[in-house]
Ligand binder design. Structure first.
Ligand SMILES: Cc1cc2nc3c(=O)[nH]c(=O)nc-3n(C[C@H](O)[C@H](O)[C@H](O)COP(=O)(O)O)c2cc1C
Length: 251
């Protein structure tokens, strides 16, 4: 069985995973973004192949995804690791993925870093993955399929270094505009961190929130946003490191 497992709060990682997955004739998609979706009951064997995709947050795997990946046990199954980033850098995300998944019994035969829109300021990486990205990702998938078919394929080398880049989350969180919010609970449903109570969706638990921006993208009323001054500061900060087009890479 070929699985496509992805964690994608605002949809960019899902787009990349779908392009690669379609080219690899995926048989089962598992979106493990919602807090309720767990990975611990998946029974894998050495015949299985998993395309596993997460975004890079601060050069690392998002906390909610890390916890789930640690429970994903493989018995010699092959993994293709994918890190999607907002046109800055992935730092140690692929290395962290490889370490966790190798420890869980996977053979990580390939890894991809690919660009999508930056979920804080979407003009960085705007409209990516675009047609050029799509062509590159499909070409990567062809190479990956040859590696899958080759019984001598060894584990791929991935970028990154020890100790991993320190990332403790960011000190700001999206807030609901009480005048726009209709308490429909959509944000609470999509929140991967369980940070928005279903019975009080105008609030956010700052200790749980991973600032993934899922609530801002999925709110049908546009009621959830970052504070204006935070957004302006992010735009300035990211323009120094995200402006130039970054390439996709296969390892
Ligand atoms: C908390 C947070 C931290 C991020 N850190 C980085 C980063 O270090 N490097 C980068 O290039 N993009 C970074 N991004 C951008 C995301 O990696 C990028 O937008 C990705 O496409 C998000 O995936 P999604 O659309 O599936 O949610 C960050 C985004 C968030 C929300």
């Amino acid at each position: 069985m070929i699985y496509n497992l992805f964690f994608s709060p605002t949809g960019g990682t899902k787009k990349v995973a779908e392009i690669l997955g379609n080219a690899m004739h995926i048989e089962q998609n598992i979106d493990f973004t919602p807090a309720a979706v767990k990975l611990d009951s998946l029974q894998l064997t050495e015949k299985d192949i998993c395309l596993i995709s997460v975004p890079s947050f601060g050069g690392r795997i998002p906390f909610s995804a890390t916890d789930k990946l640690k429970t994903l046990k493989a018995d010699g199954a092959k993994a293709i690791l994918v890190t999607v980033f907002g046109n800055r850098a992935i730092d140690d995300t692929l290395l962290e993925m490889k370490d966790i998944l190798t420890n869980n019994g996977f053979i990580c035969i390939a890894a991809v870093e690919a660009v999508a829109e930056h979920s804080f300021v979407r003009k960085f990486g705007a409209n990516r993955p675009d047609a050029q990205d799509q062509a590159e990702l499909i070409a990567f998938a062809e190479i990956i399929q040859k590696r899958i078919a080759d019984p001598d394929t060894a584990a791929a080398e991935v970028p990154g270094k020890y100790p991993y880049k320190g990332f403790k989350g960011v000190p700001f969180h999206p807030a609901a505009d009480a005048n726009k919010c209709v308490s429909c609970g959509k944000c609470a449903k999509v929140c991967p961190a369980g940070a928005i109570p279903m019975n009080d969706p105008k609030t956010t638990d700052p200790d749980r929130c991973i600032t993934c921006m899922a609530c801002t993208v999925h709110c049908p009323k546009g009621a959830r946003t970052l504070p204006d001054e935070v957004f302006a500061a992010l735009e300035t900060k990211l323009s120094a490191v995200c402006a130039e087009r970054k390439p996709n890479k296969l390892y």
